[in-house]
Write a protein that binds this ligand. Structure first.
Ligand code: SF4
Length: 446
């Protein structure tokens, strides 16, 4: 019998190899049991079988391959893990047994569980489970962050994140989509895609093809965004560097599949400083790229962050930064005065900028940007836009957000007192006023 609404999903487990493999098996089994899976001792009653392999000597390899073959013959749904799974990046096992569902290496309990969840989702019982299917979240129910990868392959000279979080590790796209679907089912109307370097998604997995609901899906940002765009909610992208392939996302924005919004941390406008910062995509013609994006999607909102006072930044570099800012006409911008992070290579760069100069430059930068932001918001006065109610204040004062505003970091839209609205409602708003940060409008339909 297969797992249904009231029957717990059943997993068979074959554990081969040394005590280290046994400990890996124990971890996986413990987690499976904690998630409500039943562990069974025969192929026939299992819904999926895990084979933890050994790859130490030829005899162990043979035994592992035989065990996988037997599980495939007797059951058909097989997840492979362990030392043999690591050989040739999994291709050795796939070459011998192409029908296995997934291949992972030793000490990868998380990846094994992901593969089991994909093949056989854990049963959810709302009467006994304390955790809802979408997990516990710190954000309000109507929006949620969706982390698509961890770590970073870049080596920006002011940053120590790669040394703390390691190289880029992208999640499997089917795993991300299952989480996204659970979030939407749990009430999320906006998904905020985050990572350290969103455009690099999938590089580490060599853009491998996975399957979601029987459809092939590449581990690639464009393909992932296209799939997320089918969920019927707002999809907003953060931490996107201006790599050439980001241009491929613009048609998805123009078609209304994902929000016309890009959070692109540019950090500077002087090529010399960008080089010293060792920024990704620094060599690309960023200004041309931004202008091209705007041509493709005129209502695109671009948010960015910058650092002033980086070691070696001269008056000429700063002037170049301000020129860039004026030419780029970004919508939302944050600016930080450079501060040394212990362990960052930038600390060794000569030409530390005095704190007072950093602050002067930051104030000058923000004055230039404020005028730009004000003007860009002013252009939106008179427009009608669909918005999401973010807060209902005392006395029924409504605060909403438009597609151009990410929660917490961008501006909001003040709608005054409107009866009958709740957080998470969609409203149609006519914008009638703007300042440098926020918009003001009235609800025309709810
Ligand atoms: S600042 Fe650079 S190195 Fe640090 S996480 Fe971002 S892209 Fe990676």
């Amino acid at each position: 019998m297969k797992a249904g609404a009231n029957t717990p999903p059943k997993v068979g487990f074959v554990s081969l190899g040394c005590p280290k493999a046994t400990v890996d098996s124990e971890r996986i089994l413990t987690q499976l049991r904690a998630e409500g899976y039943l562990l069974v001792g025969d192929y026939a009653s299992a819904d999926v079988v895990v084979v933890n392999t050994c790859g130490f000597i030829d005899a162990a390899v043979e035994e592992s391959l035989e065990a996988i073959g037997e599980a495939l013959n007797e059951n058909g749904k097989v997840v492979v893990t362990g030392c043999l799974g690591a050989r040739e990046g999994g291709d050795f096992v796939r070459g011998a047994h192409p029908k296995v569902l997934a291949v992972t290496g030793p000490n990868q309990a998380g990846a094994v569980l992901d593969a089991i969840h994909a093949a056989l989702p854990p049963a959810h019982d709302p009467y006994t489970d304390l955790v809802p299917p979408q997990g516990l979240r710190l954000t309000p129910p109507h929006y949620a962050y969706l982390k698509i990868s961890e770590g970073c392959n870049q080596s920006c000279s002011f940053c120590i994140i790669p040394s703390m979080r390691g190289k880029l590790v992208s999640r499997a796209p089917d795993d991300i989509l299952r989480e996204a679907e659970a979030l939407v089912a749990g009430g999320a109307k906006e998904l905020l895609v985050i990572s350290q370097d969103t455009g690099a998604y999938g590089v580490d997995r060599k853009y491998r093809t996975a399957f979601h609901n029987g459809r092939p899906l590449k581990t690639r940002i464009t393909d992932l965004c296209a799939a997320l765009g089918e969920l019927g909610v707002w999809v907003r992208l953060h931490y996107v560097y201006p790599y050439p392939h980001i241009d491929e996302l613009l048609p998805l924005m123009a078609a209304g599949k994902i929000l016309p919004y890009l959070d692109v941390p540019l950090q500077h406008g002087s090529p010399r400083i960008l080089k010293a910062m060792r920024r990704p995509a620094a060599a690309e013609k960023t200004l041309d790229r931004i202008l091209g994006w705007r041509q493709a999607v005129p209502d695109l909102t671009i948010r960015s962050t910058f650092i002033v006072g980086f070691p070696g930044e001269t008056d000429a570099d700063f002037t170049e930064l301000l020129d860039f800012l004026r030419a780029a006409e970004l919508d939302r911008v944050g600016c930080f005065a450079y501060s040394a992070v212990e362990g960052a290579p930038a600390n060794a760069i000569a030409g530390a900028v005095p704190e007072s100069v950093k602050e002067e430059r930051r104030a000058a930068f923000m004055a230039v940007q404020e005028a730009i932001s004000r003007q860009r918001l002013q252009h939106r006065v008179g427009q009608r836009q669909r918005m999401l109610v973010d807060a209902v204040g005392r006395g029924g004062k409504i605060t909403a957000r438009s597609a151009s505003d990410a929660p917490e970091i961008d501006g909001v839209v003040h709608l005054g007192k409107v009866a009958g609205l709740q957080v998470g409602d969609w409203v149609e708003v006519e914008i009638n006023r703007a300042d440098a940060h926020d918009l003001y409008g009235m609800v025309v339909s709810a």
